[in-house]
Design a binder for this molecule. Sequence first.
Ligand code: ZN
Ligand code: ZN
Length: 486
Amino acid sequence: MKSRYILFLLCLCSFPLQTYSQNRTSILKNVAIQHLDLSFELYDRLQKTIWRNAELGFLEVKSSELLQQHLKENGFKIESGVAGIPTAFVATYGSGGPVIGILAEFDALPGLSQDTVSFRKPLVEGGGGHGCGHNVFGIGSMAGAIAIKHWLAQTRCQGTIKLFGTPAEEGGGGKVYMAREGVFNNVDVMLDWHPGTNNFVNVGSGTAVLMVDYTFKGIAAHAANNPEKGRSALDAVEAMDFMVNMMREHVLPSTRIHYVIQDGGEAPNVVPTSAKVSYYIRSPRRDVLRSIAEWVDQAAEGAAKGTQTQVKKEIICGFYEKLDNRALSKIVQKNLEIVGGVIYDAREQHFAEEIAKVSGQDPTNICQVKEVLPLVEETLSTWSGSTDVGDVSWNVPTTTFRTSVFVPGTSLHSWQNVAVCGTTIGTKALLNAAKVFSLTAIDLYSNPKLIQNIRNEFEKKRGKNFKYTPLLGDRAPALDYRVARK
Ligand SMILES: [Zn+2]
Ligand SMILES: [Zn+2]
């Protein structure tokens, strides 16, 4: 009882940030960290369960259920099926402010099924796999939220922790619909992480992205007997792609445009009556992206006109670029440095070396996983990928960090990554992430002034007249986007 009272007083004292840097050992003695240190087997088992299930975007029924069930057993209140998405959920513990949110992803990628071995060996031929490590992502975020709950319960500090279960990051954009429906409203600060090859705070903006399908309709005819009666939908797709490829010379080098032809007709002797091309258009700035996307639309319309076909456009998804928050990033960096990197045992070291070799990487670079990289200056784009965390970051101040789940030099969305994140290496890295969440939340609950600084910076960067308008417009969640492409 006495120790509880002392902790309660400490909580109310709002001691300054620099106090924490003085004694790493005492910082790591709190109940949240102790919970994580004692729970390796539990979180190892849970992350491997999601890893084995490997469910695709919006189809993550078992993975979402596992997370919700475990959070419920730990005293969280669960709202299921939020924003019209069956696998999206919000888990809440505590009361009053500050309200701190944590993002959790758990969707897999198609075609990447892989065993935990250093050669290509699918577990399920043609099945999905966690090539982006969202199995450890989801469990790491959940472990962090539960650890923070233990701290809130023990200290009786006022505050709320919310775990957001956000489906279909890989192209489905679960978070965008959740942002559009106001699910993140009233959250003061959002914490996010992602499995990576190194340990660092990710301050890059990434790119805003718009994913658009263009479907052309033509007229069928015998391609040899009556070609004059046919109008080829595939011709329209080819004409559009040609025009877009000419555009590349006249857009900023940071632009990325890529496409696949989803449907190109059935047989060469039938003039294709239907053809579909899917585009991803990216730019580090969404205003630039919008203007390029309009140009691509014009190419589609021009192609339809020139081939006497009809075109229909459907926006599948769209993400904002990320808005960094320096004040929050500095706190996360401090805590990442306290937690440190990932330490392999001999068996993990050997496996990582095998994965490095088969990936054409230098195994001596593996030592990087033990280090934490310094916080770099904020940049418009240090990488060209996109994430639906971008939309969250324009609604709530958000910082993302990475821990070393994958072997340095390997690429995201590879079978090598699936293999590694299904082992204890993934578990060690997710527990580090959960510790960073815990220490950061404790900082914020203990010193609400930090939150005020974070919010001030956020409002200043967004600008007074900012109004959130999702790039995907008012479309309903594309719940079958993975089913349709199977
Ligand atoms: Zn990914
Ligand atoms: Zn990912």
